[in-house]
Design a protein around this ligand. Structure first.
Ligand SMILES: *Cc1c(COP(=O)(O)O)cnc(C)c1O
Length: 400
């Protein structure tokens, strides 16, 4: 049998080296656990980057995928399909929105939102203000919207019309609004830059600016959506509602699918021929997403996420108490949680992640200052305890 390392050697010869991968070739998954080609078992607190929120190979989702794959895989959006209609009904009946555009990824859902904001706002109103530290995707427009210079370098000139306001400062944001501005785009909680929530006051100020200047508020819930923060969408816990909502990651529990949602009134600006996707909302991906949504809206699902969140945050709080030289706090919502490291802790952040990997526990280092935990929403307290025990062992080796 081909070993883990043999697979890796083969992969490294044929891929464009865009990823710094962990040295593991994953072959199987179940719940919160993954197995590599050497049959080593890993506890997964990454969930394929907040994607497999029902855990790996959830039977309800896998069954829906298999059943749909036998019926109809693809016909394009020249036709209606049953799973896509059911999915759009579920998304609109469980959100503020009336209408849906189906895409294949987070970046594509955001591209659709950007196009909608521009066409809805009319000629010469094309500027979109986003925040420093944001992450909106890797296509050229979404990279331009992303407020982190490291993602821009080497790819200039970027599409114009993307302006970045200083995170957390509403007055600087107001100063950037011109007669060309059409929208403000933000994540209600920044995931990639280190699990940074926007506080209620700041969000209220952003909503007020949108209302004052006639701008659309776009929430990128690609990471925070689909139950990650303890409600189906993060905005449900906030004092503001966006005009446009994007989602992707956990929507298909691993099948590629994204969506852009909005109201009837705003949706009317995108007429036939203005936007399209060959694969967007394809029957198999949509069937997976229907299964995901039905599971997530069952009684008790979100309550369980919230309960696990409280438990996990408390246990991470114990780590802050135990290793004050390395960790300074815990932040996040639901099961999107960051352990904030001190200046000393940051120096070893990457090493802690590597050591956890060597101990067969998967997490990552986000924004250069937090250990990020994004387990499947179906994680158990025992699995949380398992991670905490390993984390304590490893942090003890860095603590003075
Ligand atoms: C992951 C992510 C994206 C990009 O999604 P892709 O599916 O990789 O294109 C966009 N916005 C946020 C907030 C994300 O976390």
């Amino acid at each position: 049998m081909t070993s883990n390392n043999e697979w890796i050697a083969r992969g490294e010869k044929v891929f464009i080296a865009t990823y710094n991968r962990f040295p593991a070739t994953m072959v199987r998954g179940e719940g919160c656990w993954l197995w590599d080609a050497d049959n080593r078992r890993y506890l997964d607190f990454l969930s394929g980057i907040a994607v497999c929120s029902l855990g790996h190979c959830h039977p309800v989702v896998s069954d829906a995928i298999c059943a749909q794959a036998r019926e109809l895989v693809h016909v394009s959006n020249l036709f209606h399909t049953k799973p896509q209609i059911e999915l759009a009904e579920l998304l609109t009946s469980n959100s503020f929105a009336d209408r849906v555009f189906m895409a294949n990824s987070g970046a594509e859902a955001n591209e659709a939102a950007i196009k909608l904001a521009r066409i809805h706002s009319g000629a010469n109103r094309y500027e979109i203000i986003s925040l420093t530290g944001s992450f909106h995707g890797r296509t050229l427009a979404t990279v331009a919207a992303t407020g982190q210079p490291k993602f821009h370098e080497g790819f200039e000139p970027l599409p114009t019309g993307f302006i970045h306001a200083e995170f957390g400062d509403p007055s600087s944001l107001e100063g950037l609004i011109t007669d060309k501005t059409c929208a403000i785009l933000c994540e209600p909680l920044q995931g990639e830059s280190g699990v940074r929530p926007l506080d209620d006051e700041y969000l209220l100020a952003i909503r007020a600016l949108c209302d004052k200047y006639g701008l659309l508020l776009i929430f990128d819930e690609v990471q925070t959506g689909m139950g990650r923060t303890g409600t189906l969408f993060a905005y449900e816990q906030l004092p503001v509602t966006p005009d446009i909502l994007t989602m992707a990651k956990a929507l298909g529990n691993g099948l590629p699918i994204g969506a852009m949602l909005t109201t009837d009134k705003i949706a009317a600006s995108l007429v036939a021929g203005t936007h399209a996707s060959t694969f967007g909302g394809n029957p198999v991906a949509a069937a997976a997403a229907v299964a995901v949504l039905r599971e997530m809206i069952t009684d008790g699902f979100m309550e369980n996420v919230q309960e696990n969140s409280t438990y996990f945050m408390n246990r991470l709080g114990e780590i802050v108490d135990k290793f004050p030289d390395l960790a300074s706090g815990v932040r996040g919502k639901g099961l999107l949680i960051g352990l904030v490291l001190t200046e000393k802790g940051i120096e070893d952040g990457m090493n802690m992640v590597s050591d956890l990997f060597a101990n067969q526990v998967l997490i990552n280092f986000a924004g250069g200052r937090v250990l990020r935990f994004i387990p499947p929403l179906t994680v158990t307290k025992e699995e949380i305890d398992y991670l905490i025990d390993k984390l304590v062992e490893i942090m003890a080796t860095y603590s003075s």
